[in-house]
Ligand binder design. Structure first.
Ligand code: 13P
Length: 259
């Protein structure tokens, strides 16, 4: 029912010399491949080059961040229409690295969600607890707070245009992914909350991705869970072959579940 979605977050990796062959490798590896939506999010500086490589393919282009305003005196920032002009269809918002390193608050994340939607971009709203929060039994509380704040002021139709990515902070870049059960539990919680905040229909159609140390060998079990609609892949997306294999597993996961 929900088409799986696999997003590559290249983070601050990828000079043009590196980005071009990587994007070409993913494009060629997924030729004639169907059943999964795929988006590459390179750094801003590689968006145009990667967009050219992906042109004419179903692979989408996304950005890793954006400002909430359409233009303005905001030195060093990038506005949603600039991303749209380059062919971006989605944008990651509220990634934990930005929350932690750049001090992004829930309120700022919410403004960005509104800003992205206003220009037709699909916001990929990232939520997730730290190791300490999980230890203290605050996983659902944290995710609830981030979701409520991130979705504030959106009507049900707008919520229906989002993707949510559950990325437990303790699983990012550590090599320790959440177990399929841990992830599915939070995904189910996210869907329940969205059902309450928007509607049951919106919640049923919402794609909730898992992110955090997804590798080709951990992807099978994660993507076999019916609550896990795809993956947001960091480190493993920097290798074309590895990323292509995760995408193919997402298709198999959906097939196994009869979708
Ligand atoms: P890793 O896959 O490197 O753990 O990163 C996950 C992530 O943060 C994707 O946004």
């Amino acid at each position: 029912m929900r088409t799986p979605l696999v997003i590559a977050n290249w983070k601050m990796f990828g000079t043009l010399a590196e980005a071009r062959p990587l994007a070409t490798g993913v494009r060629d590896g997924l030729k004639r491949f169907k059943g999964v939506d795929v988006v590459l999010c390179p750094p801003y500086t590689a968006l145009m080059a990667v967009g050219e490589i992906l042109q004419g393919t179903p692979i989408g282009l996304g950005a890793q961040n954006c400002h909430y305003e359409a233009s303005g005196a905001h030195t060093g920032e990038i506005a949603p229409p600039m991303l749209v002009e380059l062919g971006c269809r989605s944008v990651l918002i509220g990634h934990s690295e930005r929350r932690r390193e750049m001090g992004e608050t829930d309120e700022l994340v919410n403004r960005k969600v509104h800003g992205a939607l206003a220009h037709g971009l699909t916001p990929v709203l990232c939520v997730g607890e730290t190791a300490e929060e999980r230890r203290q039994g605050l996983t659902f509380t944290t995710v609830e707070g981030q979701l409520r704040a991130g979705l504030a002021g959106l009507d049900a139709a707008a919520v229906g245009r989002l993707v949510v990515a559950y990325e437990p902070v303790w699983a990012i870049g550590t090599g320790v992914n959440a177990t399929p059960q841990q992830a599915a539990e939070v995904h189910g919680y996210v869907r329940g909350l969205v059902s309450e905040l928007a509607s049951k229909e919106v919640a049923q159609g919402l794609r909730v991705l898992y992110g955090g140390s997804v590798k080709a060998d951990s992807a099978d079990a994660l993507l076999a869970e019916s609550e896990i609609d795809g993956a947001l892949v960091g480190g493993a997306s920097l290798n074309a072959q590895g990323f292509v294999s995760i995408v193919k597993k997402a298709a198999r996961g959906a097939a196994t579940r009869g979708e």
